[in-house]
Design a protein around this ligand. Structure first.
Ligand SMILES: [Zn+2]
Length: 226
């Protein structure tokens, strides 16, 4: 296990980590900070040189997928938001109140994307759509590690929710509260079409070139399926 001094150095990390539950080697690429154990399916994040357990879930695959599935890592948070009007109720304020009440979960991609505001960030799409997914725990599909720290993810998903409420009514006219639960590491499947990835639920597409280390992620997935 690496100590904090080693992790603070500018050199790429070479980690040999083992799952604290089953002792399997964790799939740790150099930029990864969190992983799903390929053997038992439990989730771990490196925090200050220690492995901290994160609830790990995966989404049941879509029926009859047309292409190979690639499971990508997301941070998922239970969310609860409330928006109260500061003054009178008007239509926009009512819409904002309903919009706030509709958020049950917030998501953010835990893998690195180039120019996410241009190509689309699927965590934001999922946060907007609030999909009713069937989640599973335990041994399941292989998924690459997460390069985004859960702490940073929590800050962004709160902004996602605030921005969505702001679309319904100006935040200045509202008393808004957003609560985010502890982070969960989710693996969500998409269709690997080669040049791009397609979300089987929303139909959203992401160019393969927009994802950092996609080749490494594909390789890691294949290797551990074999
Ligand atoms: Zn394990």
């Amino acid at each position: 296990m690496n100590g904090p001094a080693e992790r603070d150095s500018a050199q790429p990390r070479v980690l040999s980590l083992r799952c604290r539950a089953c002792s399997a080697t964790l799939p740790a690429a150099s930029s990864d900070v969190a992983f799903r154990c390929a053997q038992c399916g439990r989730g771990w994040e490196i925090e200050q040189g220690e492995l901290v357990e994160r609830p790990a879930l995966y989404i049941a695959p879509p029926a009859n997928p047309s292409h190979a599935l690639l499971y990508l890592p997301y941070w998922s948070f239970r969310a609860s938001a409330a928006a109260q009007p500061k003054r009178r109720l008007d239509e926009g304020v009512l819409a904002a109140r309903d919009r706030a009440a509709g958020f049950k979960r917030a998501y953010i991609a835990a893998y690195a994307i180039h120019r996410p505001t241009y190509v689309g960030e699927w965590g934001l799409i999922y946060t907007r759509a609030q999909p009713e997914w069937e989640t599973r725990a335990g041994h399941g599909p292989q998924s690459p590690g997460a390069s985004l720290a859960a702490r940073d993810a929590a800050v962004v998903v709160e902004h996602y929710i605030l921005a969505e409420i702001d679309k319904a009514a100006d935040l200045g006219s509202l008393q808004v509260s957003v609560e985010i639960s502890d982070p969960e590491l989710w693996a969500v499947p998409c269709l690997d079409m080669g040049e791009f990835l397609r979300c089987p639920w929303s139909g959203a597409e992401l160019p393969a070139s927009a994802i950092d280390d996609l080749a490494e992620m594909r390789h890691a997935t294949e290797e551990r399926h074999a």
